[in-house]
Design a protein around this ligand. Structure first.
Ligand code: HEM
Length: 418
């Protein structure tokens, strides 16, 4: 076997620095040079194999192939997900914890209710603000924090919810970088885990064992596979795993504003869209087109074979989400922003089957994001509100650096309300 075909590539081929320097561009650049949609390298000293495409999704989400326990490094857990989070579990322990998220986040009425909270909070935030200049990213994060606070039944003042919005965006902003952004992310997580753990303890003291109530109560009274309640800190981690990514929809909301600015023809289509079908297609295309989650990672559960090639047990296996969403083999003209790809799924292949901005496979059985319905609903609501809003986009730096992870238009997207 030629050395370039080995998953356990030589140590000097470690790509950790290249990933930190090139961000979203690292893996797609490497994939472009690969003949078989597979990249062999090392990350953090471990052999690593990166894959993409429908076969890769099926391979990656089979627990006999890829497991998550011990796959995520502490700098990611201490900022983005939290120690002990559902992201780090496997097998039946994972399935029981995941069922709690699925029940909360895949319930149609619950998803619609969160969408209504988002629209109401957005309209309140924009009312009476003529001639006001604002950074859309910050405003969207605050709106989303207020909406998810109301929806999840978390008793917080508006000022505390604004602090929660800042902390949640810090946790996401700092997970993939050393330096001050990372330190801010760690502090933000510590602060919010402590506050929410206290809240969980209060809920339990009040003995409101009504697990059918809010998300707060559901998490507080959830029992793991062994029948025990989650420790207050882990319960706080999982409550944050609902709140933080809901606030993170602000990244997509800002990209939606960017798309409406660059391709203003979508404003009229969104304004005329009484049924919400175009808004949903627009939300899917924003999730496909713009860079947010670069890839997901797990460890080879045993010695494996991928397309005839040996992958040693404990090697890192990456699924290239951003690359798959721009793979010309799967998407016609992938760098064209075109919501119509999702507007009328005709033909044999549903385009949603290949769309993986939030992971792939079955969310109930594997690790696929359970928050996709909420993301699409909230994003469609905000895109529709943006299309109806009267604003100018003053001169600013709207460049989206692919070397920064996560990235945004450099200005955060400033608007001037008319
Ligand atoms: C803002 C847009 C979002 C993006 C880009 C995103 C992306 C992702 C990705 C890539 C994963 C990992 C999939 C895997 O490991 O295979 C994930 C998992 C997860 N997401 Fe999201 N997500 C978003 C929104 C949400 C929302 C709104 C919620 C909850 C309200 C949520 C809750 C979760 C949870 C709990 C998991 C862990 C699932 C598991 O390990 O089984 N996410 N998300």
């Amino acid at each position: 076997m030629p050395s370039s075909k080995k998953a356990n590539a030589a140590p000097w081929n470690d790509s950790t620095l290249a990933l930190l320097v090139h961000g979203y561009a690292w893996l797609p650049n490497r994939m472009r040079r690969s003949l078989d949609s597979t990249v062999r390298t090392r990350l953090l000293g471990r052999p690593a194999l990166a894959l993409r495409g429908p076969d890769a999704v099926a391979f990656f989400y089979d627990e006999k192939h890829v497991v998550r326990t011990a796959a995520l490094p502490d700098p990611v857990l201490d900022t983005l997900f939290g120690q002990g989070a559902v992201h780090t579990l496997d097998g039946d322990v994972h399935r029981v914890r995941k069922a709690m998220f699925i029940a909360l986040l895949k319930d149609c009425a619950g998803v619609a209710a969160l969408g209504e909270h988002v629209t109401r909070r957005w309209r309140e935030a924009m009312a009476d603000r003529q001639q006001d200049r604002m950074v859309l990213f910050d405003e969207a994060a605050k709106v989303l924090a207020l909406a998810v606070r109301d929806w999840a039944g978390v008793p917080l003042s508006d000022a505390a919810a604004a602090g929660l919005a800042r902390d949640c965006t810090s946790m996401v902003d700092g997970f993939a970088t050393p330096g001050p952004r990372h330190l801010r992310a760690r502090q933000a997580r510590r602060r919010q885990e402590q506050a929410l753990a206290d809240l969980i303890t209060d809920v339990r003291r009040a003995l409101e064992a009504d697990s059918k109530g809010s998300a707060l109560k559901t998490v507080a009274w959830h029992r793991d596979l062994d029948g025990t309640l989650l420790g207050p800190r882990i319960a706080a981690v999982e409550l944050l795993n609902i709140i933080r990514p809901t606030v993170a929809i602000a990244w997509f909301a800002t990209f939606a504003a960017h798309a409406l600015h660059r391709w203003p023809q979508h404003r009229d289509l969104l304004r005329a869209d009484a049924a919400g079908t175009y808004a949903e297609a627009f939300a899917h295309e924003v999730r496909r087109f713009y860079p947010f989650a670069p890839f997901v990672a797990g460890l080879a559960a045993q010695d494996l074979t991928w397309h005839g090639e040996h992958v040693p047990k404990d090697a890192l296996v990456l699924l290239d989400l951003y690359g798959q969403n721009h793979d010309p083999a799967l998407w016609e003209d992938p760098y064209r922003f075109d919501p119509r790809r999702f507007a009328s799924p005709e033909g044999p292949q549903d385009p949603l089957a290949n769309l993986v901005p939030q992971g792939g496979g079955d969310p109930a059985r594997g690790h696929r994001c359970p928050g996709e319905d909420i993301t699409v609903t909230a994003l469609a609501a905000i895109a529709t509100e943006l299309a109806r809003l009267d604003y100018d986009v003053p001169d600013q730096d709207l460049g989206i650096p692919l070397s920064r992870m996560p990235t945004l238009p450099r200005s955060g997207f400033e608007i001037l309300l008319k």
